[in-house]
Design a protein around this ligand. Structure first.
Ligand SMILES: [Zn+2]
Length: 462
């Protein structure tokens, strides 16, 4: 018996010697110890363990991680500093540092702790602050300076001065991605805020924002570029832009029916029009608001920018967090049986800061269902691939706003139903309507991102 077990074990390893496998376990334990040291803020000790790992277990996964993490420019670890929701249903803002040597990590931690507050203070990110997680990475840099002005330095993200008069800071995207690859894939959305210690001003686009180590104030502006693909609403030429002159808030035409924010003009939003001077150009690029937007130099987003931010958040975050009973069964084969008595359904929904999401419950007889939305693939992270939900003609059986805990329940009674098969459907929607405001924050939701749905089959026997 014992003999057979040993053979099976060896086969499972594909013929690898047992000794090596034992080494892998020991190496994993060492890696866990390094991470423990990291979490305790003992960065030099973590670095030492990584170095030993690389030396003692070069042929293991953990040993290779140790080799990477003990380089002069390296990832040390990461930790969640704000937010307690599941990464899979949050916007994960990953903060990375460049130009911080091993003994300067504590000062990075202090700077990183201030960054979420800038988002909390902002109108759009503040209202949806609970939809965000902030993850701090600690990266070690060999040098504590920046490349530029005739100097070349060696740092974790290749922080450099871009060829501009003001010396806008930038990072190397490949290096950012390599560091991001140290995080488990389901703990980030490919979005990074990089902070270059001695850099000034900032740049951003395509998922990566970059700011100088003095500039927490401009974090939200650069995040607007990186996260919501917003353009600049100022006309001063600062740096060469990679993108064209078209963004939710930048237009290459002054025709009010053709600008990307035409629907805001139609809705007569106050102060929204077509103003020349945007995208770092005095002529040939237009913006929705004369002044005051974060993407120019203001404190809060203009309406088209705010709409783009909210939609970008909902591209990653489902308004429905979870349900009881669970509804993993998207093809709808599972069935609950209501043979007398009652069945209770609960939905936990996302909770913005100052308004509640609407929750509608429907009990639909089989054969009267609307076309179901295309379910998201298991690995889909962008909710835009689902498309809008089909309208339901019936009136909801129950409709209300979720309570402040973000929960809403529905009770189905056997005595109210004839025998047959039913679909209990819950739809949750963020109206983005606020008391005292004439227009909702989102006017145009082409992908139906503000709404989500779950359903259960229920059979009432004869
Ligand atoms: Zn704007």
């Amino acid at each position: 018996m014992q003999h057979t077990a040993v053979i099976a074990f060896a086969l499972a390893l594909g013929g690898a010697p047992l000794l090596l496998q034992g080494g892998a376990e020991e190496a994993d334990a060492q890696l866990a110890r390094a991470q423990e040291k990291y979490e305790q803020g003992k960065y030099k000790e973590a670095q030492r363990i990584y170095r030993d790992l690389a030396k003692d277990y070069p042929d293991t996964e953990a040993g290779r991680a140790g080799a990477r993490r003990s380089q002069p420019n390296a990832y040390l670890g990461h930790t969640r500093i704000v937010g307690d929701g599941p990464s899979t249903n949050r916007v994960d803002v990953v903060l990375m540092n460049d130009g911080y040597r091993i003994d300067k990590q504590k000062s990075w931690n202090k700077f990183a702790a201030d960054l979420p507050r800038e988002f909390e203070r902002n109108d759009a990110f503040g209202e949806y602050f609970g939809y965000l997680n902030f993850v701090r990475c600690n990266l070690v840099s060999e040098d504590d300076n920046i490349t530029g002005f005739g100097r070349t330095t060696s740092t974790a993200l290749g922080g450099h001065v871009r060829g501009t008069i003001q010396g806008h800071v930038g990072v190397e995207r490949d290096k950012v991605r390599a560091m991001l690859a140290e995080l488990p894939a389901d703990e980030h959305d490919g979005l990074v805020m990089a902070v270059v210690r001695v850099g000034v001003l900032g740049t951003g686009g395509d998922g990566i924002a970059c700011i100088g180590g003095q500039g927490a104030k401009i974090a939200v502006h650069e995040w607007g570029h990186a996260f919501a693909a917003l353009g600049d609403e100022y006309s001063r030429k600062t740096h060469e832009r990679e993108g064209g002159r078209r963004a939710p808030n930048v237009s290459d035409t002054d025709d009010p029916t053709k600008v990307p924010w035409a629907h805001w003009i139609d809705a007569k939003a106050r102060g929204i029009g077509v103003y020349e001077g945007a995208n770092g150009q005095v002529r040939g690029a237009w913006k929705p608001k004369a002044s005051g937007c974060v993407m120019q130099n203001g404190e809060s987003f203009c309406e088209p920018c705010r709409e783009a931010v909210v939609l970008s958040i909902y591209a990653l975050v489902d308004p429905i967090e979870s349900t009881t009973p669970d509804t993993n069964d998207e093809d709808g084969r599972d069935e609950l049986v209501l043979d007398g008595g009652t069945l209770d359904f609960t939905v936990k929904v996302m909770q913005p800061e100052s308004h509640d999401l609407d929750v509608s419950w429907y009990v639909l007889r089989e054969g009267t269902l609307p076309r179901s939305p295309r379910p998201l693939a298991a690995n889909a992270t962008d909710r835009r691939s689902r498309g809008p939900l089909a309208p339901i003609d019936a009136k909801p059986d129950k409709q209300f706003a979720a309570d402040r805990r973000g929960e809403a329940s529905f009770r189905l009674r056997a005595s109210d139903l004839d025998p047959g098969r039913y679909r209990v459907v819950v739809r949750v929607r963020d109206t983005t309507e606020f008391r005292g405001e004439k227009l909702p924050w989102v006017l145009k939701d082409d992908h139906g991102l503000l709404e989500s749905e779950r359903g259960w089959w229920v059979r009432v026997p004869e």
